[in-house]
Write a protein that binds this ligand. Structure first.
Ligand code: DP6
Length: 344
């Protein structure tokens, strides 16, 4: 085949899970469905340049313009897994250039934005070479999943669901889908990320997923996550923020409770994480405003709240919560429509 060289270019955001993906089977299939908000400011920019290769598939990876081989193990696994879905890359040499907009050493995980932006670039190349025009986003989500599970949700904004569930007919374990039916209060929902600890976490999510295989609470966790999808579906549709908050906070605490009760227990939150949680609970009792928290697999705290309460809540953050942040750092973000092609 006569292959012309070219490049593709995508910006893709990170996401924050409301119902957490925690535990997986073979082939990156989740043990339970998850729902997330797609963010705006925390994103990765990736450019993939391609040309016909004389020696079969090969690639080079640059992160912030520096050649990085430390990512090669993850990337090798990714390319092995996606080759059947993107056969055209077998004949290509790729130069991958990626950068994140999150501040350096913020402790924010980047695999979701990194793998979703890379997958959009790769699947666009597949589309160009094999003239395969079908299901572009769906296929990009599927191959993102094979890089990092949570990455498949970043393909869609503002709210995405991944994993088969009885609550959504078209849901799938293979890829994420965008959630359609949600209340206007969520159109511009905000997420302020408090950087409690900027060090990389000591236990990887991959290891945490693995520990779920033999977890004593696995069956109950899978049951509860499915129930929470059902409850959240309702609160997202009606805009019932009280029930939204209840599920979101329960999910965050359950994620960390699962870590603490696994066969080799570990704790990722820090004393300041708990200080922040207590401050939020007191503030909510006092003001009845709809500020709530969620946690990733780390010590940082995501503060979720509606735009129409922003002024009050930001004052509270600056006055009461900033003192618990490492170097008084936080990132203001909001939900977005999802990835953008960056061809300009
Ligand atoms: C706690 O997607 O990072 O953030 O599939 O092994 O790459 P891999 O795991 P990853 O796990 C994310 C777990 C989580 C919850 C979530 O985002 O749903």
């Amino acid at each position: 085949m006569n292959i012309k060289s070219g490049f593709t270019n995508w910006i893709s955001p990170s996401n924050i899970a409301l119902v957490k993906y925690w535990g997986k089977k073979e082939n990156q299939i989740p043990i339970n469905p998850s729902i997330s908000l797609t963010l705006n400011n925390c994103h990765s920019k990736t450019k993939v340049s391609y040309s016909k290769s004389k020696k079969g598939f090969n690639y080079e990876f640059f992160f912030h313009s520096e050649k990085k081989q430390s990512f090669n193990k993850k990337l090798d696994t990714y390319f092995k897994r996606i080759i059947d879905h993107c056969p055209s890359i077998n004949q290509l040499s790729l130069k991958i250039e990626s950068e994140n907009t999150f501040p350096h050493s913020s402790g924010i995980a980047s695999s979701a934005s990194a793998f979703s932006s890379l997958s959009l670039c790769i699947y666009e190349i597949e589309k160009i070479i094999n003239k395969n025009k079908n299901d572009f986003f769906n296929k990009s989500s599927l191959i993102s999943r094979l890089g990092s599970g949570s990455a498949c949700r970043s393909i869609y904004g503002p709210i995405a669901l991944w994993g088969k569930t009885k609550y959504f007919d078209n849901s799938s374990d293979d890829y994420a889908i965008p959630l359609k039916n949600y209340h206007e209060v969520f159109f511009d929902y905000l997420d302020t990320i408090l950087i409690v600890d900027h060090e990389p976490k000591q236990v990887s999510s991959s290891h945490g997923h693995e520990l779920m295989n033999s977890h004593i609470f696995k069956k109950d966790r899978v049951y509860q996550a499915n129930e929470n999808i059902g409850i959240l579906k309702k609160s997202l549709k009606t805009g019932d923020l009280k029930s939204f908050i209840k599920v979101v906070e329960q999910e965050a605490l359950m994620l960390h409770a699962l870590m603490m009760t696994s066969k080799t227990p570990y704790i990722l939150f820090k004393p300041n994480t708990l200080e922040i949680i207590n401050e939020i609970w007191n503030y909510r009792k006092k003001t009845n405003l709809n500020l709530c928290f969620t946690l990733d697999a780390g010590a940082n705290v995501h503060l979720l709240y509606p735009k129409n309460e922003e002024i009050e809540i930001k004052k509270f953050i600056d006055k009461n919560l900033l003192r618990f942040c490492s170097n008084r750092r936080y990132i203001h973000d909001s939900i977005s429509e999802g990835p953008k092609s960056n061809d300009g």
